[in-house]
Design a protein. Sequence first.
Length: 661
Amino acid sequence: MEVSLVQFILLLPLIGFLFHAFLGGAIVRALGAKQGKWIIGLVASGAALGAFGVSAQLFSQMMAQEESNRSAVFTLGSWIQVGSLSIPFEFIVDPLSLMMCLIITGIGGLIHVYATGYMAEEEDYPRFFTYFNLFLFFMLTLVLANNFPLMFIGWEGVGLCSYLLIGFFYRNKEWKVNTDAANKAFIVNRIGDFGFILAMMMIFAVFGTLSFSEVGQQAATLLSANSGIAIAIALLLFLAAAGKSAQLPLYFWLPDAMAGPTPVSALIHAATMVTAGVYLVARVHPLFEVAPAAMTVMAVTGAFTAIFAATIAVAQTDIKKVLAYSTVSQLGYMFLACGVGAFWVGMFHVATHAFFKALLFLGAGSVLIALHHQQDMRFMGGLSKPMRITFFTMVVGLLAIAGIPPLSGFWSKEAILIYTAASPLNGMGQVLFFVGAATAFLTALYMARMVALTFLGKPRWDQAPPHEDDHHHAQPIDESHPPKERYWVVLGTLVVLAIGSIVFGFVLPSEHAFHDYLKSTAEATILSKEQLGDPDSVRRMVTFVALFAGILGLFWGFAQYIKGLSKREAELQGVWGWANRQWGYDGAMRWLGVGLGGFIARFCYLIIETIIDGIVNSIGSITGGVGAALRYWQTGYVRTYAFTMLIGVAVVLLTAFLLGR
């Protein structure tokens, strides 16, 4: 393999970022908005798709190698050299990293192309693509890094870019909700980053290195199974992953991230940031294999997150919020797979999810363009005729995420349920399987609900209250101004992603093809076959249950919602209101973090200000007073000092005389 090509995968988005940052605004001013934006969109999309081309070339070279030679390391240069610690700028090229590169640059490139149409009327066009290309650069750094510190640069970089993109619309007071959402995402992710830093420190203390390959090779030797240090490292890494990939208890930043433009939502949810935690777990899976107790925590957390988010999605009225909670739920599926030792299955779902979730988000964006960014599904309906391309592509995405064969989502979801049902590792494989099956039913239900409310039934868009979109448009939507599809790049991207969701399923007729691909990098190597279970023993039963759950959910969803919402559900009364408000979880976290946390902070500040500062200030005042009094004795005259010494001698002699000395 020409591993040196890997630097161009990183270099192209970086060049795009620098181009937009330093020249973007000048180009728009010099050439005019239309021509200038065309050039900026071309450079931004070209940088992403160019990186995809390099990734594809490396991928073809890698696949031509024997399986044992499909991993190589490219060292760009030395970085940190302190004592025994040596950390180079080192990038790894293997099936796992190249798979992620293809997803990030391929899906990300399509989202870039889509954004050239979606953001066409935005004044801050250069700033948007500056952040977009930078996001890709940091995400590629994260997945290509061959050591923890270099990954941490990408890890923090995508956190910064998500903050900038979620809060992209910030200039008006009405958009404070956007900046609040950006702050929330940034702050909550710092909790996970704290776990990442502590894990790095412990890993270096145990292994004396921070290289992924060296740590993986020595994990079974230097760490005892389920020892305290092994469990601590694994749980800290899972905390980092839970923060970035929105798992309980840290999931609640992700739904608010919908405040960003729809291309941002698609990029964060489908192809990049939220899958970083799953990638981290797969990359360092030996550290989890030596801590089965931590894997149990991960599996239970993933399963509970999956069904918890699914119950919330069922009651959402905002089309983007439905997809946001769907992402949280699907990420729970991925961690469930990793928690039962099927790390490659978790990554399999990352790949299939990238196609159908990007398709669904961008399809929702097409709907928002047509409805002038009206996001409330209660004021949609009947869009299947004026928006035929969007409708048919969204149906493909619906069938894929619902797990209907032969679309891509079926194979990965089935594999997750199979390995969960077969797993004896956690002692609760059957329980987690039924949770996963219930989640599959709810997934099909809320997605069918979304499609039915958006595209079927009678049109309700003429009942929408007047509002302004992000571009300050307040045009009516009625029979004289019906919604319509716009921008060929938007519709073309939807068609390509729909084809990908279909073809990916036909190319991979079962999970075996993907297993063979990732076997060398993401298959359990320390856990025994007895600990992982026998998937073939439950395959037929699981396939039947998974199909039944998906079909039942689709049937129920369309039958229930093709005519719209009931009054109680539309007005969010009773249980619908509780589910819509995340069962009170977000409010509880706000009370704990902002309310109780603020009270503790104010209490600590009061103690510091009144007691600690009081003591310090008193000592300072006394010292100052004593110094001021003594200053009068410092006259500068020798005779004064001699007289003072004479008095001192007299006092000493008199004291000695009186004490009989």
